[in-house]
Each structure stands twice: as C-alpha cells, then as structure tokens.
Design a binder for this molecule. Structure first.
Ligand code: MTE
Ligand code: LUZ
Ligand code: MOS
Length: 761
C-alpha cells in the first residue's frame, strides 16, 4: 500500500541538490526583458505626474509603463475591484507600485526604477498608519461584521467574575524563500500569452491578467511547477507582478520577467493582519466562561484584498476548542495607508483563537489556578457542542488528545519542577503552557471547495497526473501521486505529477485553506477510478469473472485466480480502444454558509491539536527561548506521516516565530516599513528550534469521508505556536509576585518581555 506510508517529497532529491527549477531558473527565451517597479515614496498623496521622459533616458531602458498604459482594467484585487496594478490618481502607501521600467537587464531596470522619488510628482495628504487610528475615524475597507449568540450583555452583567482587557497582536511576513516572480512570454505573435508565475492561484492570475489586458481568459495560460513557499502570500498578491509582466510583454511583444528584490517584496506586498482586541468576559468560580463580548480590529491596509474572509475566519475561530454559551463578536477591517494585508497560514483563524487563549490565561491567573485545568473545563463537550456560527462540533477530540499530551509531556510533574526551579532562581525564570487547537477545514466561501484533475495512463503503464493544486513545498504532488498509485495498485515511481497549468484543469481554486490534498486528492482519485473501472471491465472479460472481483495491487491485476501485470492490461486496453485517460472532479459535500448572518455549516470537519511549551526567560535582558516543546496533532489517517510531521513542526515553528520574534515596525510619521529585510526582520532559524522537540500524530481516522480518512494539515499546526507565547508569559509572571498577570504583547521580543516584567514587578 502506497497511501499511509512515509516517503520523501517527490522533489526532495532535487531540492537538496539545488536542482529543482523554480520560476527564475527556467531558461529565459531569447530577447527576454526585465521589469522593475517604481514605488511610492508617500504614505498618502495625490499623484500629479511622472517624469517618464527622464526614465526613458536611463541606460538600458526600453519602455516605461504607467496606469495610463493599461488597456483593460487597472485592478488586481481578488474580490473587490479596489487594488490598482499601478497607482492612478492616489498614492496609498509607501511602496505602492507607481510605474514599471522595462530594461535589457534586471540591474538596469532596478537602477532606473530607483529614481522613483525624483520622477514621481505628488502632493502629500494626511495618512492613517495604525488600525486603531483608522478605527477611531471609522475608516474601514468593508462594513463591520457581527456574530452573536444568546444574550451576552445580560449574562455578562450577571456573571460572578469579569475580565476586561485590550491587547495588540502584530502581523507577520510570509518570508517565502522564493520571492514574488512572473515571466510572461507572448505566443503566436502576441495572440496569446504564457505566464510562468510563482502563485498559489493560477486560475485567478489567468483571470486578472486577462482583465488587465482586456482579453478573454482563453488567450492566457498560467503555469506553476513549484513555489519556494507561498504561506498565503501568493494566493492573491502574485497578481500585481503577473499583470505588470504581462502588460509589458504584450506592449513590446517580448518575454518580460519581473522578479522582486526582497526589500521591494516587503514594501509592496501585504502579510498577516495585525489585530487589536478589546474584550469583556464573564466567568464562574471554576473559570468557566459564561459570556464573552469581543471587538476585533484588523489592519487591512489600503485595500480589501482577502480581509473579509480573513475576518470571517477570525470570528469563526474565537471559540477555538471552547464552548461559549453567550457571545458577541464585532469585527472591523481598518483601512490604513500601509500594504494591503492578505492570507497567511491560518487565514485569520490564529488571530481569532489566540484571543480566547489570552483570555483563559488571564482567567486562570485571576483565580490562581492552572491554565490547563481552566481550559479543560471549557472544552466543547456533548450537549455543549455547537459553535457560535451554528455548526455542531462532531468529533470532540480535545479531551482525549489533551490527556495523551499532558501524560507524554509529563505536564504535572514539570509544573512542580519549574516552580521549584523558579523559587531558587532570581534572574532566570521558567514558564510552562499548554494550548489546544481546533481548526475548521474548508474554504469559508462554499463554492471554492471544488477541484479537478486529469489522469493519463500511457501505453507502457506509466501515469501522468495533473490537478488544480499547486506545490509550494508542502508535498501536495507527493500525496496526490500516492493516492493515484494506490488506486491503480501500482508503485509510486510509476506516477508523476506535472506543473499546474490553467490550460489543463480549468477554474481551479487557490491551493489554500489547507484543502489541497482533500480536494485534489479526491479529484485525482475520481479520475483514477474511472480508468480503473474501464480496465477492470476488460480484465473481467479476460478472466471470465465479474468486474467487482478484479483487484489492483502490487502492479498486478487479478481475479478468479488469474493475474496480469498492470502494464500488460493497459497495453491490451489500448489495442481494444479503451480510453486510458480521464478527468476527475470533487466538490466537498454538506457545506452551507450565510455570509451576512455568519451562520451555517462552513467546515467539513475540524482538525485538532495540542502543544506544551517550556520557556526560559532572562529577566534582566528579556531574552527568551523555548527549551522544550511537545506537539500532538490530529491528521486523521495520515496519507504520509513524514510529510505531515514536517508540516506540524514547520507550522509550529512559524507560529512561534510570529508570536515571539517577528516584529514589523512602520515609521510613525513617514509610514515606511522599516523592517524590510532579514537584517531587521527576524524569522526563526535552526538555532531557535526548541532544544527538545517531541512531535506525534494523534492517529484517529477522520469521521468524515475525506481522502483515505485523512485530515488537512497545512495551516492548523501554526496555532500550536500559541503555547510558546504563553510559556514566555508564564515565565514573566514568575518574575512578579504571586498571581501577577504580565501584560505581554506579541511578538514577545526582548523589549516586550522587559515591559511585561516591569509592569508586574
Ligand atoms: N508548507 C510549505 N512547505 N510551504 C508553504 O508555502 N503553505 C501553507 C501550508 N504549508 C506552505 C506550507 C499554507 S498557508 C497552506 S494553506 C497549505 O500549506 C496549502 O497546501 P495544502 O492545502 O496542500 O496543505
Ligand atoms: N477562505 C478560507 C478563503 O477559509 N481560506 C482561504 O484561503 C480563502 N481564500 C480566499 C477566499 N476565501
Ligand atoms: Mo493558506 S493562508 O490558506 O494559503
């Protein structure tokens, strides 16, 4: 059996040799030109002119593109049409692309583009740089969203205890190792266009490029073999670069490549939304939440992008693993003069769920009891199992998973050991924390939950698969090939996946919401099953048995004591004129969603998890590290445990990085993002990995009929990183008097840790 077994990523041997081609590694067609973007120097302004003549005189410059040169629509926004490709009248943030220079080589293009400040003429306007300022002015990209259940105000008033708070949570840069890039190549004398694009969403790129050109979609093909990471940052925001490269390529009838420098990538594109919270929670003597009232303000940036579904997911994850009988949530997407924030692993889910974790931590400290016990008392349970948005939570794994994790991590014993350590250590303090995860799987926009695949069986018995998903390092192609090999009973090596291509499978959804293998695995299985049924019918004829008795396994096809190799059967099928290729399709069943009321059944199922982290904090310098982490995560029946463990550990470290070290700083008056390179923006390295890291898979089959009863794994483990922040907070608390609740913000940088300790000392 091929499914359920660990095997390396299908390109691992190429990755480690540096031989796997990414978009920038593709051979450049003769005559390829290079584009670079000229960026707005103002956070807000009225654009009055661009000295294009001066740009044209620069060495190597072939053409200059401005908003006026866009034949179709000047928009690359995914939902609302509020995202200009190039600024037209208004400058909206420092870093906004205003013009593109096309030159004979990349360096010359970049040199000319760097004249932006000198050639852009604009009048400055007042800028709004923080979400709270925008909120105070009532400036949003979308109308506010409400989700209410029960009678929160009445129950709050009646609650024996109240906890009120405000909290700020920073955003996060995707920091994909491969930056944004597109190579647009005119075909057939400029009648059609092939775009190689590093994107999670080839179909959307195809649509947006077609709109920008004023073309029908059938003239544009978008291809992506692999990305060097996407993490949500290439779901919508690869579009601007695909559009500029395409507009330039058609204008000049030459291939045009646009590859961003890291600093420009930071300045132009958005990232995870930072959030500001205000909460008011009522609870009983045991720490059970009776009612919660919460306001969430996200920093959307200058345009809507995906801020609406991100906020919807935040609201639908505030409950995390907990029963909230009475709750009122209000979500605002603040419009600021900064990059437009977008998808990032978890898609608002982490920003929703972390709020309840901060609240529960505060409740436990107020009551003087262990945070884990308080959490366990609040878990969804039979009879208390309906999420605020109306969906029943069907698999209640939190209790069993938590019990298993607390035992394997020796949580209770270590609590006592840490208390003893802290009692004897005035400067270095340790902290311990447990947090659970419940993450809803499916796009929270129903129609996006569909996928298609094409499976070709060649006459030598080898198989080529193409599906709508994209490979960004997560191992999707490996899993889909495993599914197809399993279905046809042939060795993994006999199956290959090819580049994602809009001319093969049409109208695909983004590879996002962790649904890649759920959707494309099922679609590919559907295609393989159709071929298998035709082959089984032929084999049944040969064997003189019924088709249901024909089995495909180990490269053999057998029935009634007779057998034939898969390859021989395929060869015979070809001669009998049996169709040896097929399409496949899948649409997730049972989903419905009322987006105005935020009620329905948005998720096919939930993925569960839990983490226990131990932190060591130097209370004099504020430095911290996670010395041990124990992760237990639910992936149903794993399709490939090695890949899944990679996703769990990678997600955890990425979540930990967000909450403990990755800090974004915009200049308070100019609005320039000052942390725009690895020199100033710190992501976790191998050295930040917990000294001791134990990872295990929960191993219970998915109750829902997913592909081989597996579960999506891409995003949920990011939320395991909450335990890192709360372990640091626990260590800070140990620096203060008994029962202190340090106001630790996230990311918990050394400065944040010192501020938190100062506040309780
Ligand atoms: N893993 C790697 N190595 N690189 C990535 O860019 N993106 C994450 C996750 N894991 C990502 C990753 C995000 S944001 C999502 S939504 C899922 O992978 C998408 O892939 P899947 O649906 O196939 O899991
Ligand atoms: N919903 C969601 C979405 O849950 N996850 C996503 O990535 C997404 N992308 C676009 C629109 N809705
Ligand atoms: Mo992932 S944020 O859904 O691309």
């Amino acid at each position: 059996p091929v499914v359920g077994h660990s095997r390396p990523h299908e390109s691992a041997h190429l990755h480690v040799r540096g031989a796997a081609p990414y978009t920038d590694d593709l051979p450049e067609p003769a005559g390829t030109l290079h584009a670079a973007l000229g960026l707005s120097p103002l956070a807000h302004g009225r654009l009055t002119g661009i000295d294009v003549a001066r740009l044209r005189q620069q060495p190597g410059v072939v053409a200059v593109l401005t908003a006026a040169d866009i034949a179709g629509e000047n928009n690359c926004g995914p939902l609302l049409h509020d995202d200009p490709i190039l600024a037209a009248e208004e400058l909206r943030y420092v870093g906004q692309p205003v013009f593109a220079v096309i030159a004979t080589d990349r360096e010359l293009a970049r040199r000319a583009a760097s004249l932006a400040k000198q050639v852009i003429r604009a009048e400055p306007l007042p800028a709004v740089l923080t979400a709270l300022d925008a909120h105070a002015q009532g400036q949003y990209v979308l109308p506010p969203m409400h989700l209410t259940r029960g009678e929160p105000a009445e129950q709050l008033a009646r609650a024996p205890h109240r906890l009120q708070g405000r909290w700020h949570l920073g955003g996060q840069e995707q920091f994909y190792l491969e930056g944004q890039i597109s190579l647009a190549v005119p075909q057939e004398g400029g009648e059609s266009l092939l775009v190689h694009c590093s994107t999670q969403h080839p179909s959307e790129m195809q649509q947006l490029v077609a709109h920008a050109l004023g073309w029908h979609a059938h003239r544009v093909t978008v291809q992506c073999r692999r990305m060097g990471g996407g993490f949500g940052g290439k779901e919508s925001q690869s579009a601007l670069f695909a559009c500029v490269a395409s507009l330039a390529a058609l204008r000049l009838n030459k291939p045009v490549k646009l590859r961003l420098d890291r600093d420009d990538d930071f300045l132009i594109t958005g990232r995870r939304h930072g959030f500001d919270y205000r909460w008011d929670v009522g609870f009983d003597d045991d720490g059970r939440i009776l009612a919660a009232d919460i306001e969430l303000v996200s920093n959307a940036g200058h345009s809507a992008d995906l801020s609406a579904p991100v906020m919807a997911r935040a609201l639908c994850h505030f409950d995390n693993a907990y029963w909230l009988p009475h709750v009122a949530m209000l979500g605002y997407c603040a419009k600021t003069n900064t990059q437009s924030n977008t998808a990032f692993r978890g898609f608002g889910g982490p920003q929703g769920a972390i709020a309840i974790e901060m609240i529960l931590d505060g409740i436990a400290r107020r009551l003087g009891c262990d945070g884990t016990e308080v959490r366990q008392r609040n878990f969804y349970a039979p009879g208390q199992d309906v999420a605020p948005y109306g969906q029943r939570v069907e698999e209640l794994h939190a209790q069993a998973l938590t019990a298993q994790l607390l035992a394997s991590s020796r949580y209770n014993e270590r609590r006592a050991e840490i208390a003893a350590f802290n009692a004897g250590s005035p400067v270095l303090k340790k902290g311990l924390a447990f947090t659970p995860v419940k993450f809803g799987i499916s796009f929270n926009v129903v129609h996006l939950n569909q996928a298609g695949a094409l499976v070709h069986v060649y006459t030598d018995g080898s198989v080529l698969v193409n599906h709508g998903g994209t490979e960004m390092g997560q191992g999707l192609n490996t899993k889909v090939a495993q599914v197809v090999a399993h279905e046809l009973g042939i060795p993994f090596e006999q199956v290959r996946c090819t580049a994602t291509d809009t001319s093969k499978v049409a109208n695909t959804s983004a590879t996002a919401a962790s649904t890649g293998s759920d959707l494309n695995g099922k679609a590919a299985q559907d295609a393989a099953r159709k071929i298998k049924a035709r082959l089984a019918a032929l084999a049944a004829e040969r064997f003189g048995c019924s088709a249901e008795l024909v089995a495909f396994d180990g490269g053999q096809v057998s029935g009634e004591g007779q057998r034939l190799s898969f390859q021989d059967l395929v060869a015979q099928a070809y001669l009998q004129r049996v169709q040896l290729w097929s399409d496949g399709f899948y649409a997730t069943p049972g989903l419905h969603w009322d987006k105005a009321k935020l009620q329905g059944h948005p998720f096919y199922y939930y993925a569960w998890g839990g983490a226990v982290c131990e932190a060591l904090v130097d209370t004099l310098t504020g430095e911290s590290r996670i010395t041990r982490a124990d992760l237990l995560h639910d992936v149903g029946n794993s399709l490939n445990p090695a890949l899944d463990i990679g996703q769990v550990e990678g997600g955890f470290i990425q979540g930990m990085g967000w909450l403990t070290m990755e800090e974004l700083v915009w200049h308070p008056t100019t609005g320039l993002l000052t942390t725009h390179a690895p020199s100033t923006y710190k992501i976790p390295t191998a050295n930040d990995c917990p000294t001791e890291l134990h990872t295990a898979l929960f191993g219970v089959a998915n109750a829902s009929d997913t592909i081989h009863r597996s579960k999506a794994v891409g995003e949920p483990p990011l939320l395991l990183g909450f335990a890192a922040l709360l372990a640091i907070k626990d260590a800070c608390a140990a620096a203060g008097p008994e029962g202190s609740d340090p106001p630790l913000r996230a990311p918990a940088t050394a400065e944040a840790v010192l501020d938190a300790i100062d506040a309780v000392r």
